[in-house]
Design a protein around this ligand. Structure first.
Ligand SMILES: [Zn+2]
Length: 96
């Protein structure tokens, strides 16, 4: 496996973990029909940062995070990138 592939997979793993934390903190909603899709639910990033920091210090965060900063950066990225609604649902609504 090449270095770039490894980095790519590491990024995906980080993204997945960050997304899971954001869903748990209710910053993101997971679509009940499309499990792979999340969308924005709130902007209270402090809550999810606190939760992430707490768990990071206890070693409860799986995955390739070398620092707490990396973890919060990943969380911020998934929240900022998240759509306002599930893209699949939107598409289905448009096709009606
Ligand atoms: Zn959906």
């Amino acid at each position: 496996m090449g270095m770039s592939t490894e980095l790519y997979l590491e990024g995906l793993e980080r993204q997945e973990i960050a997304e899971e934390l954001a869903v748990e903190a209710r910053i993101l909603n997971r679509c009940e029909w499309h499990v792979g899709f999340t969308y924005q639910n709130g902007w209270d990033l402090e809550t999810v940062y606190r939760m992430a920091a707490w768990r990071f210090k206890r070693g409860q965060i799986p995955g390739p995070f070398r620092s707490q900063r990396e973890l919060t950066d990943a969380i911020e990225a998934v929240v900022v990138d998240a759509p306002m609604a599930c893209p699949r649902c939107e598409k289905m609504r448009d096709e009606d």
